[in-house]
Design a binder for this molecule. Structure first.
Ligand code: NAD
Ligand code: UGA
Length: 451
């Protein structure tokens, strides 16, 4: 059985380990964080992601998934090493590559000749060359392949099994091909894996793309930047729609039906959050600057994104008269539905803005409360049910479109509230249903349908 080491038991590392350990590989999953390893050893992920735990439990039980803090236990036996460590942003927006180099240097001293070192972490273009040079000082006989990850949290397994594309880039065609072959194994087993995870099976005819090292690195950050750009573009037009009396959903449905444009990621909202878009956009701007290239288009996308929570808070203030002294419920602290991840959460940002402006804030999220707590201002209260959070609220902000929120009976919501304002930060509700329940609707760019 082929042996694989995965370094970094985060969202990407765990997802990769869960799949590979259930389709014919023996996988060592290394992390420096013992809590994360203990959680995997008990058959569970440290984060909420549909379908993940059954795969982890099966891998651990069959001993094909081995969580460990020891590089020595794993690396010398492995043919493939996937680096999936975090690449957070530095205070100046550039990418912090400390973990990327630490992982590579530790592994390099233990790698057997011929090992293929695969970079899955999102890194600025040019990083691979530097990491390769660092590894070569300790183990010259190896191949380096950039293999960026495109999964989304909340649909991690669906995205990985029914992928649009797998991208590899490195100097050795043979090594690139060997990495692509791993994904062929995943694709071959995908319906079985989906059933095992308890998620829906799908059907895509994903592309296998081989490019050079810089190309693969740039594909990843370009894809994220373009998606962020689409969201900020939609949010800019949403502001115009609010002024002009049009509905952004109708606009984007029509605009997006042009196949050259596409409808995806044109949903106006309280802006994008999460552990990736904000830092990948700032990392790209910074890396372009280093190459003497002006990417001010991405600065504009960032500025629009940064403005959205304040824009929504101001619009709500205009309706309420003031937010000072008001009781406001925030539903949704995860950065998006389907995950417990609250990194750069727009719901948390809204809660903090409104708290700072003198409102009393009551929050609820089905999965992300624990993680969000550390970023919430001291006065913000967190509850364990929708009902407790919205009780006597003057306004309810829905910051994340968890189905639990969107399906909540609106007359019931109205009954618990003191006031009537429903702020739909995700444009997830049907305006006529909200109004039929006696609530006042406010969306993002939807003034054309609720004057
Ligand atoms: P994460 O922060 O959740 O996990 C990273 C893990 O690496 C942590 O558990 C940390 O303890 C561990 N680690 C750090 N240094 C280590 C070392 N030297 N040895 C062993 N373990 C070490 O990160 P994530 O969200 O999984 O993201 C990982 C990378 O993948 C990032 O570059 C990110 O941009 C990229 N990415 C993430 C996603 C996503 O949905 N989260 C999707 C695509 C790409
Ligand atoms: C994103 C990309 O979609 C993945 O392809 C990529 O692999 C990943 O980043 C990464 O590199 O880490 P993710 O951050 O998990 O995935 O989630 P998305 O679904 O992209 O949502 C990001 C943010 O944008 C969320 O806050 C979401 O609510 C917001 N969003 C998304 C909008 O406001 N409008 C939209 O139309 C779409």
């Amino acid at each position: 059985m082929e042996i694989i080491t995965i370094i970094g038991a985060g969202y990407v590392g765990v997802s990769t380990a869960a799949l590979l350990s259930n389709c014919g590989y023996k996988v060592y999953l290394i992390d420096t964080n013992q809590d994360r390893l203990d959680s995997i050893a008990s058959g569970k992920s440290f984060f909420f992601e549909e379908g993940m735990d059954p795969l982890i439990a099966a891998g651990v039980q069959s001993k094909t998934l081995i969580p460990t803090s020891s590089y020595k236990e794993a690396v010398p036996h492995s043919t493939f090493i996937f680096s999936c460590v975090g690449t957070p942003d530095n205070p100046d927006g550039s990418s912090n590559l400390t973990y990327v180099f630490a992982a590579a240097e530790t592994a390099a001293g233990l790698m057997k000749p011929g090992t293929i070192y695969i970079q899955k972490s999102t890194v600025p273009v040019g990083t691979g060359q530097k990491v390769s040079a660092a590894i070569a000082k300790k183990q010259p006989d190896f191949s380096y392949v950039s293999n960026p990850e495109f999964l989304r949290e909340g649909t991690a397994l669906q995205d990985s099994l029914y992928f649009d594309r797998v991208v590899v880039g490195g100097e050795s065609h043979q090594a690139n091909q060997a990495v692509l072959d791993i994904y062929v194994s995943v694709e071959t087993a995908r319906d079985k894996l989906a059933k095992q995870a308890g998620i829906e099976t799908g059907h895509t005819n994903g592309a296998y793309i081989e490019t050079n090292l810089s190309g693969a690195e740039l594909v990843k950050v370009t894809a994220n930047a373009f998606l962020a750009l689409k969201i900020s573009f939609a949010n800019s037009i949403a502001k115009l729609a609010d002024q002009a009396g049009a509905d952004i959903i109708e606009i984007m449905d029509a605009v997006g039906s042009d196949r050259r444009i596409g409808r995806a990621f044109l949903n106006a909202s309280r802006g994008y959050g999460g552990g990736c878009f904000p830092k990948d956009v700032s990392g790209l701007i910074s890396s372009a600057e280093e190459h003497g290239v002006d990417l001010s288009i991405m600065n504009a996308a960032t500025d629009v994104n940064d403005s959205m929570a304040g824009y929504i808070a101001n619009k709500a203030k205009d309706i309420l008269g003031t937010v000072e002294g008001k009781r406001i419920a925030i539903l949704g602290l995860a950065f998006k539905a389907g995950t417990s991840d609250a990194r750069r959460s727009p719901g948390v940002k809204l809660a903090n803005i409104l708290d700072k402006r003198g409102a009393t804030i009551h929050c609820y999220d089905p999965e992300a409360t624990d993680e969000a707590k550390e970023d919430l201002r001291k006065g913000v209260q967190v509850h364990d049910s929708i009902k407790a959070a919205v009780q006597d609220a003057d306004a309810v902000f829905v910051a994340t479109d968890w189905p639990l929120f969107v399906k909540y009976r609106l007359p019931e919501l109205r009954k618990h509230m003191k006031g009537t304002l429903l702020v739909d930060c995700m444009n997830a509700y049907d305006i006529s249903e909200v109004e039929a329940a006696g609530l006042h609707y406010m969306g993002v760019g939807r003034n054309g349908n609720n004057q």
